[in-house]
Write a protein that binds this ligand. Structure first.
Ligand code: BGC
Length: 737
């Protein structure tokens, strides 16, 4: 029996909301008996976010459920099997937060976009021999407000422990402070089950006090991440403590300029006894926490933090003998975690935290190599389909926030192509053709939109171009036209896989766009308009031009002193194209460089995550442009894809996706920057393991291939000296060629 969610409740007192931070969080409790129940299921949804308790305990470590969707279109619900948790007499407790529905959403900088205070609907289905008893939310659920004075995802949370309701979800609780809840309007659009991994409390960190002044203390958690503080404190009743969060320090003070309008500040007022502060409905992007006792006296005896993110299972591992590369890899993992909060976001700290589609499109291969993102991206693809406009355009941020600033950018290449590139790559990793089918119409409509935009196959000069490139602007029309040719080609592939007879149609158009690109943008010497690293990289990677771009690419690198100048978009192709064109040596050099701009430069300057800019901070120059300076932005981390695919050499095959067939195509490093590397990838067909070591010109390459998986080995910068198989293990002795 499916839930109907026809009755909704709220706490009427929440009409008195604070303009900026919302109202106190409402608590709800309901007693119910459950005798002779073979199965008990809780279905729950909210206009806002919820936390569930049962019989005095947190039901689970999920946070911010039912997560984020475009509320003008749909809402999620969550199903919990509570069979093992119920007894004869039970009490369910629910606390509501503002979340994205009622709270502040990035780049809108207003709260209450959909409602001023939260409400919810729940059904407990008790399956008994004679049928299903359904307990719905109604006025018999009692409500009250408690210690959460306000909560906002961006601004923070305020707890007054003197208003703590205690064990409000236990059966024996004295609920004199509670009163009947009020009926609230039902949600009238679609409510669908949220089946992907939930946002959950994850790693714990302990804070180390590194600054202690007369005004405040600063604690360091050693890692930049998205999460919440957990503070254990005892003090005089009424003492007030303020917590502020930052990713960096500016000398002995917290650096918060880059948070823009996000206040990222929590408060607590002490009860006089032992208090534990652990916010439920906010999160911050931080490494450092500043603690100020605003008034009163207290002793803080535990300073911890928990990361929160969608609980995606790790599937890929990489390690090598170069600590810098290992650190870059670790930093990318942390930026992925911090930006997988229900949807893939750009950053977790400032007043943004939006599902920027360009970032997703660039990073999704890396993401799927690091972790199993099957459900996570299926959910996101659903959101993209929902966000598609009448004319086929895809907004640059999904869920669509319906902001006027988005409009001029709706339907821009490099960002909106996510609607074709993500389903295709998802299929390559997971082999589920239903995803391609579900996204097919969206792709067709998007490509028709592109066709309506171009002028004789040349796309307009619009969008963000090679976002954040370094003094090396790529012409937007060149880049957009290249992307459109590419997306048409990938879509032709999708048609081939689906066998729908449309492949040739899209391939023909893709060829036509490429031909027009060449006519319009490439001169007789093979120079492409704007002459940046990115134009050559994309022209090659998208099959517009071949190896003849190499001298130009090298020239553009030379001009920059052999340093990269690519932005978000171009950087993904830099190392792969160099390797494929015989310059793996240069690719390794760029990867291992610590000169500005490079991944290593950020590590040298203290990065524990991937930064939005190569110079977000440096010991010598200080902080980058505060207007846009995130220290936890995964886009430039697309180099991790190269570690799996080019260093280890593990590639899926379009012939038999999901690694039923694996193409091993490593490129070795001979100058000692990486002398050995190892890693593995857990796939549906088993675990693929690779390990190699290079000494002088000799390489030993060992690959463990699961039974039933077909492996094709291609060595590009090495020749086979000997080969043997031991069980699942393929052992190659190779020599540099
Ligand atoms: C976001 C990026 C995004 C870009 C597009 C920024 O504000 O943080 O990640 O892709 O805007 O212009």
């Amino acid at each position: 029996m499916e839930p109907k969610f026809s009755s909704w409740i709220s706490n009427e007192k929440n009409n008195k909301v604070n303009e900026k931070y919302g109202a106190p969080a409402p608590y709800f409790r309901k007693l119910f008996s459950a005798k002779n129940v073979s199965r008990a299921t809780l279905y729950i949804t909210a206009k806002g976010v919820f936390k569930v308790f049962l019989n005095g305990k947190e039901l689970c470590e999920d946070r911010l459920q039912p997560e984020w969707t475009d509320y003008s279109k749909s809402l999620n619900f969550v199903r919990y099997d509570i069979t093992d948790k119920i007894e004869g007499q039970n009490c369910i407790g629910v606390v509501l937060g503002n979340g994205w529905y009622c709270g502040t959403v990035g780049l809108l900088n207003v709260r209450a976009n959909y409602a001023s205070s939260p409400s919810f609907s729940a059904e407990i289905h008790l399956e008994k021999e004679d049928g299903v008893e359904v307990i719905c939310t109604d006025q018999s659920w009692k409500t009250a407000t408690g210690k959460i004075v306000y909560n906002d995802l961006l601004h923070g949370e305020y707890h007054d422990f003197n208003r703590d309701l205690g064990d409000f979800s236990s059966v024996s609780y004295e609920d004199a402070l509670f009163y009947p809840s009020v009926c609230s309007p039902a949600y009238d659009k679609s409510i669908r089950e949220h089946t992907a991994e939930k946002i959950t409390l994850m790693e714990q960190f302990e804070g180390k006090r590194i600054v202690s002044s007369s005004e405040f203390d600063i604690y360091d958690f050693g890692q930049n991440f998205a999460g919440i503080p957990v503070i254990k404190v005892r003090g005089e009743r009424g003492s007030k403590i303020r917590l502020r969060f930052g990713e960096m320090l500016d000398g002995e003070t917290l650096y918060t300029a880059n948070l823009r309008e996000a206040e990222a500040t929590d408060y607590m007022v002490l009860s006089g006894g032992d208090d534990v502060f652990e916010p439920l409905f906010t999160f911050h992007g931080f490494r450092y926490m500043e603690v100020t006792v605003i008034h009163g006296k207290c002793e803080i005896y535990g300073v911890f933090a928990r990361a929160i993110y969608s609980k995606l299972e790790r599937c890929g591992h990489f390690e090598c003998d170069n600590p810098l590369v290992n650190k870059i890899y670790e930093n990318v993992l942390w930026s992925q975690k911090s930006n997988s909060i229900g949807i893939p976001t750009d950053c977790p700290q400032r007043d943004e935290r939006l599902g920027w589609t360009g970032d997703v499109q660039i990073f999704c291969e890396t993401a799927m190599l690091n972790a199993n993102c099957k459900g996570f991206y299926e959910n996101y693809l659903y959101c993209i389909r929902e966000g598609q406009r009448e004319n086929g355009a895809i907004p640059v941020v999904i869920p669509d926030v319906h902001a006027p600033w988005c409009e001029p950018y709706t339907g821009v290449t490099g960002w909106s192509d996510v609607c074709i590139l993500l389903p295709y790559r998802h299929y390559m990793h997971y082999g589920d053709a239903s995803v391609l089918r579900d996204c097919f119409e969206m792709g067709e409509r998007y490509l028709s939109y592109c066709a309506a935009e171009w002028n004789d196959y040349i796309m307009p000069d619009r969008g963000f171009g090679d976002w954040l490139s370094i003094d090396d602007d790529t012409d937007k029309s060149v880049l957009a036209t290249a992307f459109t040719a590419y997306s048409y080609g990938v879509f032709a592939e999708i048609c081939r896989i689906l066998g729908n007879g449309k492949e040739e149609h899209y391939r023909r158009i893709s060829r036509k766009i490429k031909q027009k690109y060449i006519e319009k943008f490439v001169d007789e010497d093979g120079k492409i308009l704007s002459d940046t690293q990115t134009v050559y990289l994309t022209a090659y990677a998208f099959g517009i031009l071949g190896g003849e771009i190499l001298p130009h690419l090298i020239r553009t690198l030379e001009r920059k002193n052999y340093r990269l100048s690519t932005g978000f978009i171009g950087v993904r192709y830099l190392l792969p194209v160099l390797a494929e064109l015989g310059r793996a040596d240069l690719a390794y050099e760029l990867l291992c460089s610590t000169e500005y701009p490079s991944w290593g430069y950020t590590v040298k300057n203290g990065a524990t995550t991937i930064w939005e800019r190569w110079n977000s901070y440096s010991h010598t120059e200080g902080f980058g442009d505060i207007g846009m300076n995130s220290f936890n932005h995964y886009s430039l981390g697309s180099c991790v894809e190269w570690l799996y695919k080019f260093v280890l050499g593990i590639n899926y095959s379009a012939d038999e996706p999901a690694y039923k067939k694996v193409e091993l195509k490593p490129y070795f490093c001979y100058d000692g920057k990486i002398k050995n590397a190892k890693g593995k990838l857990q796939t549906q067909h088993g675990e693929i393991g690779v390990e190699w070591s290079a000494e002088g010109d000799n390489v030993l390459y060992v690959a463990d291939i699961p039974q039933g998986v077909c492996a094709i080995f291609t060595f590009n910068n090495a020749a086979v000296e000997s080969y043997r198989v031991e069980g699942q293990r393929h052992i190659y002795k190779l020599k540099r060629n």
